[in-house]
Design a protein around this ligand. Structure first.
Ligand code: HPA
Length: 270
């Protein structure tokens, strides 16, 4: 694995003159932030050595190097989900590569279902913590000390400092944000009513199918994390209606610009 990571990092180093210190993983369909990146170099996943091969027809996504405001960033447009069939080492491989090219901060976004009774559709949730319910752990197996410690601390999986900064940014832009715990589960089904209730009971505020693996590996690698979730539907008793992927995308689209604004100002403060 170490060899593969280095090979991919070497490839990217040969393409990009100045490596960013900030990485951004954009949730599926949450590409709005990319429109704000200037001086772009785009590298499609299928051209990157050792990157997971797409399970779907067409484009699997791309890495975008460029400037967000005055800050060099690397954005991943499109991520690898466990439900697509990738194993956890594949899902998190891009984070390993980010570390190898010098990324120190990771911003992640996703869409999720709210289970906090006060949440509303279209809310922006700052992720304060997560609960990992994926059946496979990305760090299972031999630990390479070069990549991180065997038993990583997760007491501040999402940086308190970055959460504080993001809340201040939201306040001065009059953007409503809520905070909460993200439950990561495999999908691809949305939840049954009983599952939504269960996620609430165990301490969740929102549930989704991504983010947790990448944040675990980033923590293992010593990368500081920040995450935001767009609440696209509600798993709250009395408010549960049929959910479709299209609706999730639609709500995501509407709220994205606000999230982009927060992330843009946040990278300037890193
Ligand atoms: N559950 C899981 N993942 C999701 C949801 C949901 O309700 N909404 C968007 N992603």
């Amino acid at each position: 694995m170490l060899k593969l990571i280095q090979e991919t990092a070497d490839f990217l180093n040969s393409k990009i003159a100045k490596m960013p210190k900030t990485g951004i993983i954009l949730g599926t369909g949450l590409g709005n932030l990319v429109t704000q990146i200037t001086d772009k170099t785009e590298i499609p996943y299928e051209t990157i050595p050792n990157f997971p091969v797409s399970t779907v027809e067409g484009h699997s996504g791309k890495l975008i190097f460029g400037k967000l405001g005055n800050v060099d960033v690397l954005a991943m447009q499109g991520r690898f989900h466990y439900y697509e069939g990738y194993d956890m080492k594949q899902v998190t491989f891009p984070v390993r590569v980010m570390k190898a090219i010098g990324i120190e901060n990771l911003l992640v976004s996703n869409a999720s279902g709210g289970v906090h009774p006060d949440f509303e559709i279209g809310d922006l949730m700052i992720i304060t913590d997560h609960i990992n319910l994926f059946p496979e752990h990305p760090l299972r197996g031999k630990n390479h000390t070069e990549l991180g410690t065997r038993f990583p601390d997760m007491s501040e999986a999402y940086s308190t400092d970055l959460i504080k900064k993001a809340k201040a940014i939201a306040a001065r832009n009059s953007i409503k944000v809520v905070e909460g715990v993200y439950v990561g589960t495999t999908g691809p089904t949305f939840e049954t009513k009983a599952e939504y209730r269960y996620f609430r009971i165990i301490g969740g505020d929102a549930v989704g199918m991504s983010t947790v693996p990448e944040v675990i590996v980033a923590n293992h690698a010593g990368i500081r994390c920040f995450g935001m979730s767009i609440i696209t539907d509600l798993g709250v008793p009395g408010k549960i209606v049929e959910v479709t992927h299209e609706e999730v995308q639609q709500i995501g689209n509407k709220v994205q610009p606000l999230m982009t604004q927060i992330m843009k100002e946040l990278v300037a403060e890193l």
